[in-house]
Write a protein that binds this ligand. Structure first.
Ligand SMILES: [Ca+2]
Ligand SMILES: [Ca+2]
Length: 145
């Protein structure tokens, strides 16, 4: 009986260690993973992260935020939290407001690999403080890390 108890305690200790390892790994990821990798799959791309940030800016949350997208084990609330943490940094054109049809599309196009004039055509607000593709690209390069 005592041997069985010892064995159970040993096994529980193993699971506790595994749990702590996983928690610390994910905690590291939150701090160090690329800022625009919203689903934490180690890629910054338009097909997942670009859509996520656009949907988020359009006010979609929970299941609607992640529908048909790869969450890579990262739940919708964690994804929303990661996007939300960027706060004012999401104001890509620097007009003081965060808007899906300007900032969101700039982020989407940037993650899609578009650069130069095609990055900014039709999606810069009239009161933007970052207007040229040079300024937008430089800003997003800093943000993407
Ligand atoms: Ca990603
Ligand atoms: Ca803006």
């Amino acid at each position: 009986m005592r041997a069985i108890k010892k064995n159970i305690i040993k096994k529980m200790g193993f699971f506790v260690l595994m749990y702590l390892f996983c928690v610390s790994t994910f905690a590291d990821c939150d701090a160090n993973c690329a800022v625009l990798d919203f689903n934490n799959d180690n890629f910054q791309d338009s097909s997942e992260d670009g859509k996520l940030v656009l949907r988020y800016m359009f006010g979609l949350r929970d299941e609607q935020l992640v529908k048909d997208l790869n969450q890579s084990g990262f739940g919708s609330s964690s994804i929303a939290k990661k996007i939300d943490a960027l706060d004012k940094e999401l104001d890509v054109d620097g007009n003081g407001a965060i808007d899906a049809l300007t900032d969101g599309l700039l982020l989407y196009r940037y993650l899609d690999g578009q650069r130069g004039q095609s990055l900014i055509t039709g999606v810069i607000s009239s009161d933007a403080t970052r207007k040229s593709f040079d300024e937008i690209e430089a800003y997003l390069n800093t943000l993407a890390g």
